[in-house]
Design a protein. Structure first.
Lengths: 763, 166
């Protein structure tokens, strides 16, 4: 450990110094300076990826307050509304605090409390029975995030069972397309436009920031905070977004493309930059391969044509390209706005090229590359993820791997193990594998498209076990729901994956009721079944010590540190012998990896693939985008928390005033939305705004109504736009992304008599 | 006269609502009202371009507080540090002050039936040498707390840099 410290300080970078400073802070609990009866614990928020440092105030065994930890480098005392609502969330009457068994039909909301012994006996009995009858392929497991001990424990149990049916149910969009495109262009490990992991966009030191389909203010508070620092220092901001977001409101240039045409826009900018010699010629000559091929391809995207495709005025494209290419340093981020349609991967490759041409790679205030894994002192996530992999042949049996062999399975550069639409098909149809037991720790029913289909798929699996904080939409269809300990109620080790540092935190309070750490649940299942886990897991403590092993610290020592840093440095490519971790050893504007798998090695744009016949689509005149986040909720999380809900009480549909007028819709009216993807309709409240194009509407997603205690489904399909979006083809050919943004819809005003009392009052 | 207060550099407010919920958590306020409310104005068209502002509306601790004059039972006072304070023991919940405040910043608590306003963290964090909860939680660090002429210096500095073409 000492050696590592020395290594870091010798590199003498501001960020390393900051991390080392933070590392030296004693993270043990301390007495409140104002109230001797209050103990303050330094811990971490697990609601989102930000993993902010928080101070948890404890009095008489009770959590009384949470606030941001001013000493924690990521958030510096700042906190988002979700994190600030953790006291009411911890003690909320809707929390599940005992193991529950569903009596009668699943979904009937008829629950009975059972003991842990009964729960574990039943679960293990069902798993054993499935293994005996149909073997390991009859067990399935899904999760969402993947960077904490909890998820690694889940990977471990599936390895021990021998089943490849593991699915991050957001793997076909979320950040994995970015990560895959980035790593294709910049090399393995360098997912540098998506997350700030062991590198990434370094906003705070940028003079120009360009965002594509991204809004860190709502989705990634710590990144938003860094972005504001740049603006305060006079940094420029270019926002590419079909919506006039709060981020766009701060922009110097806002480009409002037609949804799903980002690829054309980026190629237009690439072409303009090359034709006008705006790009960083020296950087490109030294470190990029395939420039001439890209130049040739980009010629197909003259401004006039691009403007027609994207609806963005030529002049604005010019201005944005000049600003991006001539201001240094600059950083770029691309997010889910670019991923959720059939053009995901090639559009992202186009923005990758735009970034590479700017030369803003691995410099202070640019997009920083990851330290090569071999040069890092410890890589617990990558190490354990590798330990939890099955042999290649078995991994290839996971749903959707054969169809998309570059993106999923053994070639996946980022733990994408199954194609989610194929995975949910498997639960429903039994193909390719008949699933007998489904273990779920996320909320696919509440958070994914094709709500009804996924609900039916889960109901179709003979035995479903779910761990949860709340009776979430998915939990409602489980046989057994296990009460999960929340972030204050369990020891946890956060790996380096999303944050670039490792952090061990001890539990702050005893769990409510009989809540248990999910790792405890997994290891007890493993013990009862006599499974041979891929990592030491006799106890949670032993497991944590294993995660921390290479840092030279055990959990007891590690928890006293605010964080354990991973080194960070710039311009790695200037070191002798450095090769970008790609086939050519350079940044690949022309992708050898894509070529190898039979995909176009150069980025291109094509019109979004239609989700229905031309005749059918004619009845759906508006372009639909959906699911822009608000910082108040995390996917399906938070609708039951009054402090949050009162700030955003109803799901909204954003409609331009001209369009609203045309349909006779006034602000605040309820609106039916229908799509060609699925039958049925959902009801959202009109937000009439100039912030959207008249030809486009935007619907908020993941809505359900936890307050409707008399409805067993809690309004699951009433207002959630995902209930009328499908997991059906067309897909992005590489990632299998579905059409969530850029498809078609129609809207009608809900007649007053059809609104319903439950849509008038939530409190 | 000293005047402590909050000053918001609205140029950097993103409407994230952190200050509102931080205030709620610090002061344990019930649902239904906030002491600081971030309102979105826009998007509206100005000179062919769209503009949206986010305005945190809260008690300004006015030098000449209309609420104070409106209170029939003299429950509202102006303290020596400039704070406007509603004495909950005297307040009769008549809501005159709610009506009188030009910012709509006086909250009425339906539970207690009394009026309340931002206390600038006086009892809690400020007494402990910290800044108010809203200031600490703000991701943009655009809320400032202190003596008005001192914190206005932050805005002056920004203006100077802008004039100098920084």
């Amino acid at each position: 450990m000492k050696m590592t410290n020395k290594k870091l300080s010798m590199e003498n970078q501001a960020i390393n110094e900051m991390l080392c400073r933070a590392e030296d802070i004693n993270a043990e609990p301390y007495q409140s300076p104002t109230d001797p009866e209050v103990t303050i614990h330094r811990t971490v928020c697990t609601i989102s990826h930000c993993a902010c440092g928080i101070l948890a105030h404890m009095k008489d065994g009770r959590l009384i307050k949470v606030e941001g930890d001013p000493d924690f480098p990521q958030n510096e005392g700042a906190m988002c509304p979700k994190g600030l609502s953790m006291v009411p969330a911890t003690y909320h009457p809707d929390r599940i605090i005992y193991p529950m068994k569903q009596m009668g039909e699943r979904g009937s909301d008829n629950w009975q409390r059972i003991s842990w012994d009964e729960a574990l006996d039943t679960i293990c009995g069902k798993i054993q029975e499935a293994l005996d009858k149909d073997g390991p392929l009859s067990i399935a497991y899904s999760f969402c995030d993947g960077f904490r001990g909890n998820e690694l424990a889940g990977f471990g149990i599936m390895k021990a069972i021998g089943s490849p049916n593991v699915c991050g149910t957001d793997a076909h969009y979320c950040f994995r397309p970015q990560a895959n495109a980035d790593m294709t262009t910049f090399g393995d490990g360098n997912f540098i436009t998506s997350e700030k992991c062991q590198g990434g966009p370094e906003f705070e030191n940028s003079k120009v920031i360009m965002t594509w389909g991204a809004n860190p203010f709502e989705c990634h508070m710590t990144r938003g905070k860094e972005l504001i620092k740049s603006l305060k220092e006079g940094g420029k901001l270019i926002v590419v977004d079909p919506r006039f977001t709060n981020l766009a409101a701060k922009a110097d240039i806002w480009l409002q493309p037609r949804p799903s045409t980002d690829g054309a826009l980026a190629m237009g900018m690439v072409n303009y930059a090359i034709e006008n010699n705006l790009y960083d010629r020296e950087f490109v000559e030294k470190y990029c391969s395939g420039f001439n091929e890209l130049k040739e391809r980009a010629r197909e995207y003259p401004l006039k044509k691009v403007s027609e495709i994207t609806w963005v005025p030529e002049e604005l494209i010019k201005q944005a390209t000049i600003m991006w290419m001539t201001t240094k340093p600059g950083s770029m981020t691309t997010r889910m706005g670019m991923n959720m349609h059939t053009n995901a991967m090639q559009s992202l490759r186009a923005t990758n090229c735009l970034l590479a041409l700017s030369g803003n790679i691995d410099i202070r205030g640019g997009n920083v590359l990851a330290i090569p894994i071999d040069d890092r002192p410890y890589v617990p996530f990558f190490k354990m993820e590798a330990q939890s992999r099955l042999d290649t042949e078995t991994m290839a049996k996971a749903p959707g791997v054969k169809e998309r062999p570059m993106y999923y399975g053994k070639n996946a550069q980022i733990y994408a193990r199954s194609h989610p639409p194929a995975y949910h098909d498997m639960l429903l149809t039994g193909k390719p594998h008949k699933i007998r037991v489904y273990i779920c720790v996320n909320d696919p029913v509440g958070a994914m498209q094709d709500t009804k289909k996924i609900r039916n798929a889960i109901k179709n699996v003979p035995f479903v076990v779910k761990s949860d904080l709340w009776m979430s939409p998915t939990s409602r269809y489980a046989d057994i729901v296990l009460p999960a300990a929340n972030q204050f109620e369990r020891d946890e080790v956060h790996t380096e994956f999303y944050t670039g540092y490792i952090r061990a935190v001890a539990k702050v309070k005893e769990p409510e009721g009989e809540c248990k750490d999910e790792k405890w649940i997994f290891l007890n299942i493993a013990k009862r079944l006599g499974l041979d886990m891929p990592y030491p897991m006799d106890s949670v403590r032993e497991f944590h010590n294993h995660i921390l092993e290479d840092t030279g610290l055990d959990f007891e020592k590690a928890k006293k540190k605010l964080l354990i840093p991973v080194p960070y440095r710039y311009k790695k490519y200037e070191q002798p012998g450095y090769k970008f971790p790609t086939k050519s050893g350079k940044i690949e504007l022309y992708s050898n990896r894509f070529e190898e798998f039979g995909y176009d090695p150069l980025p291109f744009y094509e019109e979004i693939k239609p989700e229905a016949s031309e005749k059918k689509l004619a009845n759906y005149p508006l372009v639909l985008i959906s699911g822009a986040r608000t910082g108040l909720f995390y996917h399906s999380y938070g609708r039951q928390l009054e402090w949050l809900r009162e700030l955003f009480p109803w799901p909204t549909i954003e409609i331009h005033p001209e369009t609203a007028k045309k349909y006779g819709i006034a602000a605040g009216d309820w609106v039916y939305v229908e799509t060609p993807q699925r039958s049925g309709r959902v009801k959202l409240k009109a937000d009439v705004t100039y912030g959207i194009d008249p030809r486009v509407v935007h619907c908020r997603a993941h809505w359900w109504y936890p307050e409707r205690k008399n409805d067993p489904e809690r309004g699951l399909t009433d207002s959630n736009i995902n209930a009328v979006l499908s997991h059906n083809p067309p897909y992005d050919p590489i990632s299998g992304s579905t059409i969530v943004r850029g498809g078609k819809c129609k809207i009608t005003r809900v007649p007053d008599e059809e609104v319903g009392e439950e849509f008038k009052k939530w409190r | 006269m000293t005047q402590i207060t909050l000053l918001v550099d609205t140029e950097y407010c993103t409407g994230c609502h952190s200050c509102e919920v931080a205030c709620k958590a610090e002061n344990n306020l019930p649902g239904g009202y906030n002491w600081i409310n971030v309102l979105q104005v826009g998007p509206r068209k100005i000179g062919g371009k769209l503009k949206t502002d986010y305005i945190p509306v809260r008690c300004r601790h006015c030098a000449q507080p209309p609420c104070l004059d409106s209170c029939p039972v003299k429950a509202i006072s102006k303290e020596s540090d400039g704070r406007v304070v509603i004495n909950q023991d005297i307040c009769i919940g008549c809501m005159n002050c709610v009506e009188a405040c030009p910012f709509g910043a006086v909250a009425f608590d339906p539970g207690t039936g009394l009026a309340s306003i931002c206390d600038l963290g006086k009892e809690g964090p400020v007494a402990a040498g910290q800044e108010p909860a809203c200031v600490r939680a703000c991701p943009s660090k655009c809320i400032y707390f202190g003596e008005i002429n001192e914190i206005a210096g932050i805005i002056r500095e920004k203006a100077a840099r802008r004039i100098a073409g920084y």
